[in-house]
Design a protein around this ligand. Structure first.
Ligand SMILES: *Cc1c(COP(=O)(O)O)cnc(C)c1O
Length: 230
């Protein structure tokens, strides 16, 4: 089942890139496994997935040793400062940096371990009260502050768009994040890259790709519906 789902998602990515006049290799699929059993992650790996996303530190710690070493892991969920030390050096990218204090902790831990850490700044573009992320207004200042920290490198922006039945409703937010990344990119801030736009989930990734996503984070579309966590 996983292989068929992966093929279907691949198909959608290709056609979305085609509609947007973008090359397929501009978009990277992150398989978001969350509560799913390890056996399904292995199936996704066998079907070609090499980028995996988790939203809990504990899931990363449990799964990294159990999966092949060439998997690139993405921390996509809210990260508490006291857990930073467990994942620095283990993940390819942290997508959920939304405060200077969190970035400082990542930098501190990176320096201590002698590693470099790539991060994305999470933006609450829709201004939803329930969501983490810096506001679009405060984003540029935050990026400028993080840029000064040693061993942490902003590679772009991330957003979690509102849950909606109609993906078209989220186009405005994807567009807004893209514009923000272009604006920040044009400032040519030292130690800041705006190449990555992590946006789009199962319900809206075709629209996100049309609006410039470079990472799409797909869970349900690959692994099926999730049961709530126990
Ligand atoms: C769960 C999750 C996803 C994937 O969600 P689906 O709707 O299942 O594709 C993507 N990004 C984040 C941050 C998530 O928590």
């Amino acid at each position: 089942m996983i292989q068929e789902n992966m093929e279907a998602v691949e198909h959608v990515i290709e056609s979305s890139c085609g509609r947007a006049g973008r090359s397929r290799d501009e978009v990277t699929l992150i398989a978001v496994s969350k509560t799913k059993p390890l056996a399904l992650l292995r199936e996704a790996y066998d079907a070609g997935a090499r980028e995996f996303g988790e939203n809990k530190v504990q899931d990363l710690l449990d799964r990294i040793p159990e999966m092949p070493a060439d998997v690139r892991w993405h921390m996509i969920g809210h990260l508490q400062r006291n857990k930073v030390k467990y994942i620095v050096g283990k993940v390819a990218m942290i997508h959920s940096v939304d405060s200077l204090r969190l970035a400082e902790e990542i930098s501190h831990e990176a320096v201590k371990q002698g590693v470099e850490v790539d991060v994305l700044v999470e933006v609450n573009v829709a201004g939803e009260e329930s969501k983490f992320g810096v506001s679009a207004t405060d984003c540029t200042l935050l990026v400028e502050e993080i840029a000064k920290l040693p061993s942490v490198h902003v590679q772009g922006l991330m957003t979690i768009a509102p849950f909606t039945e109609d993906a078209e409703e989220n186009r405005q937010y994807f567009r807004k994040l893209k514009k923000l990344s272009v604006d920040i990119g044009s400032k040519n801030i030292d130690n800041v890259n705006m190449a990555v736009l992590s946006m789009g989930m199962t319900g809206d990734y075709p629209v996100a790709i049309e609006e410039g996503a470079t990472y799409v984070r797909v869970g349900t579309g690959i692994f099926g519906e999730r049961q709530p966590r126990q």
